[in-house]
Design a binder for this molecule. Structure first.
Ligand SMILES: [Zn+2]
Ligand SMILES: [Zn+2]
Length: 129
């Protein structure tokens, strides 16, 4: 089964190398700031780090942890279902599936669509739509 919305037609760095421009099979275009991509790295160690930071916002990173690089060295396709980003600091364990990339598309339309899916609870109070 192929879903055009989660097939990447092209993925290119913009000229300033600050954003990745992805064109999808349904002609949708996404522009991902590299900071966002790195911040959403789906690898196990980045996920753990984000969980820790959520639990304890004052958590200090050890001196052995270098600040993450937001410069992209290379992009490799992974088995027709995802992309692997190789960051300039050598981090390359995160595989971003097309589904995941589409899910984190930061454009207005996608953000608005995601909001509608959210349960309309604010601080435990149901807000009728
Ligand atoms: Zn990672
Ligand atoms: Zn979008």
């Amino acid at each position: 089964m192929t879903n055009a919305a989660t097939q990447v037609v092209s993925a290119d760095l913009n000229d300033a190398a600050t954003e990745l421009e992805v064109v999808w099979g349904d002609r949708h275009g996404s522009r991902y700031p590299l900071k966002l991509l790195r911040g959403e790295c789906p690898c196990a160690s980045c996920r753990t780090e984000r969980e820790d930071a959520k639990r304890n916002p004052f958590h200090m990173l050890g001196p052995e942890i270098r600040p993450a690089s937001f410069e992209l060295g290379d992009v490799e396709p992974v088995g027709g279902y995802g992309l692997r980003f190789i960051w300039k600091d050598g981090h390359s364990t995160g595989i971003y599936t097309f589904d995941y990339l589409r899910e984190i598309c930061p454009c207005e339309d996608c953000r608005a669509g995601r909001k509608q899916d959210e349960v309309p609870y604010v601080h435990g109070i149901f807000i009728p739509g």
